[in-house]
Design a protein around this ligand. Structure first.
Ligand SMILES: [Zn+2]
Length: 267
């Protein structure tokens, strides 16, 4: 299957290729635990994600589509975001503030001025991978645009301590996979950057360089976890349920009462 911008997100493409978001469905990140059964259910289309069209999510997609250069298509797909005169509804106006904040910064604009939405594929760790780069500067660097609640937000987990938003949402994994797939295609190992803009009342911006040691660490995890995902996708092993996600709640079958002491589980 030859990937294009039209079929990149199709079920067929997701079955043939592994992507970072699919990997995260299976394995999870600190912020969102993985669930193998849910990930497979999405692939067989027996579970359709309930994409809450939350305002914050729509604002993020609007900003993404602006930098992709696909704002017209986005407007056509989401007419409800706009008033009759074609301007954004008041609750989404922040998206324009965010875009303007990014574009009035020279460094941010330079990093976002690469080739947009570049698709690459590679065989890696026994799977066929697909990636789509937000802003690719051949021979120089790989840039991914992220909208977030707050760039400096700290996430706490009892086992791992305090994490930044990159660790929380698995962006080191993304950087590691993107860097490796580009290297397999071009022979060049390029630095990975996150161009971040926050959805705060006063949008905050940063271009964040990801340390190579963190990418190496993330890639080692990917190498370790990929064979299991391939076996799951091939139906060779049974998926595990997380018993926490919406899919697991929806499909839970009660067999017997549980003890009250089981409610919190092991903390
Ligand atoms: Zn689950």
């Amino acid at each position: 299957m030859n990937l294009t911008s039209e079929n990149y997100y199709s079920v067929e493409a997701n079955r043939e290729y592994l992507s970072v978001s699919q990997y995260k469905d299976f394995v999870g990140t600190y912020g969102k635990p993985g669930c193998e059964e849910y990930a497979l259910a999405k692939l067989n289309e027996s579970w359709v994600e309930n994409m809450e069209d939350s305002d914050a999510l729509m604002v993020g997609s609007y900003v993404d589509s602006h930098f992709e250069g696909t704002l017209d298509l986005f407007k056509a797909k989401h007419p409800c975001m706009f008033k009759k005169d074609g301007n954004l509804q008041a609750k989404y106006l922040k998206a324009n503030d965010m875009i303007q904040r990014c574009e009035r910064d020279e460094l941010f604009s330079t990093f976002m001025s690469g080739q947009k939405q570049v698709i690459m594929t590679a065989d890696m760790f026994g799977a066929k991978w697909k990636i789509k780069i937000d802003s690719y500067h051949p021979g120089k660097c790989i840039v991914d645009l992220k909208t977030c609640q707050s760039i400096s937000k700290v996430f706490y987990h009892p086992d791992s301590g305090h994490l930044n938003f990159l660790a929380e949402w698995g962006y080191y994994i993304q950087g590691a996979v993107y860097q490796k797939v580009v290297e397999i295609n071009t022979g060049e190992k390029l630095p990975f950057f996150i161009a971040a803009v926050s959805k705060e009342k006063e949008p905050d911006i940063q271009v964040i360089a990801v340390e190579q040691s963190l990418l190496d660490e993330a890639l080692a995890d990917v190498e370790h976890n990929t064979p299991n995902i391939v076996a799951l996708k091939n139906g060779e092993i049974e998926p595990m349920r997380c018993e926490q996600c919406d899919y697991c709640k929806h499909t839970r079958i009660l067999k017997q009462p549980i003890w009250s002491s089981e409610l919190i589980g092991e903390v």
